[in-house]
Write a protein of this length. Structure first.
Length: 268
């Protein structure tokens, strides 16, 4: 059995299927870890969701910011069916079934020496704490008030974690860190506007995974979201968003030996 971590798919179903053929993926024996952002920007979000859902229990998924965007749109009284590339998804006959499946996915997943999140973890969060915070959001997303929860959890503030945070201020920090974080200050104040590479990080900030004494540094964190840095494999981090939707590669890393597999993404 092999486990493959794959970065942001974003509706690029054809490259995903090509990559799975390249690794000889067997859903009966192998496992996929998907870092979120299954949808949006690419050409086939709806069938990407249907296909991944059909793979069943061999897939572990964490939610990304684009997945949350789909959930938020779907709960609106008049969904913006012309929003980016999600129109056909929002009008699908099986939308509610897909959303019920998607809402059950966590923000964070860990198993053995690896953990997975879409964007990042704040410096003060241990693996155990990240699991607990992810569970807080998971419980809200499977409740009957899940859409109201999402509507009130959007926003950029507060941008610094405090153990005493409560209510939507607390959930907002959790969601932003796990689905939007790229850089922060050494004390963990998030910069949610920066989208560039590592070489041009604003003064006073650094990549979240380079903060000294980060509490999660003894576990290898697999994440996506940051396509500007591309595929990056270090001792304790793996960024697997290599920008498939932007015309670059779609990447998979086999966790057992860290071998990298890539196929070409969308034509730019």
């Amino acid at each position: 059995m092999s486990t493959y971590a794959i970065g942001d798919i974003q509706g690029c179903l054809a490259p995903l299927k090509k990559l799975l053929r390249a690794i000889n993926f067997n859903p009966h024996n192998d496992k996929l870890w998907l870092t979120g952002d299954l949808v949006n920007r690419g050409p086939d979000s709806l069938n990407t969701l249907r296909y991944i859902k059909s793979l069943g229990k061999c897939v572990e998924i964490v939610l990304g910011n684009h997945d949350l965007h789909l959930l938020k749109l779907s709960g609106e009284v008049r969904p913006r069916t012309n929003d980016t590339t999600l129109g056909d998804t929002l009008q699908a006959h099986d939308l509610h079934e897909i959303l019920d499946w998607l809402r059950q996915k966590p923000l964070f997943y860990s198993e053995g020496e690896y953990a997975m999140v879409h964007a990042g973890l704040l410096p003060s969060w241990s693996i155990n704490m990240a699991e607990e915070l992810s569970l807080e959001v998971a419980e809200a997303l499977i409740s009957s008030k899940w859409h109201s929860f999402l509507m009130r959890s959007y926003g950029n503030t507060p941008n610094l974690w405090n153990d005493n945070l409560t209510g939507f201020s607390r959930s907002r920090v959790i969601l932003n860190a796990m689905t939007r974080l790229r850089t922060c200050s050494p004390e963990g104040r998030m910069n949610l506007s920066y989208k560039g590479g590592i070489g041009t990080v604003p003064s006073g900030n650094m990549p979240w995974f380079e903060v000294p004494q980060r509490q999660s540094q003894n576990t290898t964190i697999i994440f996506g979201h940051w396509s500007a840095i591309g595929l990056m494999v270090r001792k304790n981090i793996m960024c697997v968003d290599s920008g498939c939707v932007w015309g670059n590669n779609l990447s998979a890393i086999r966790l057992e030996d860290r071998k990298v597999f890539q196929v070409s993404g969308l034509k730019s």
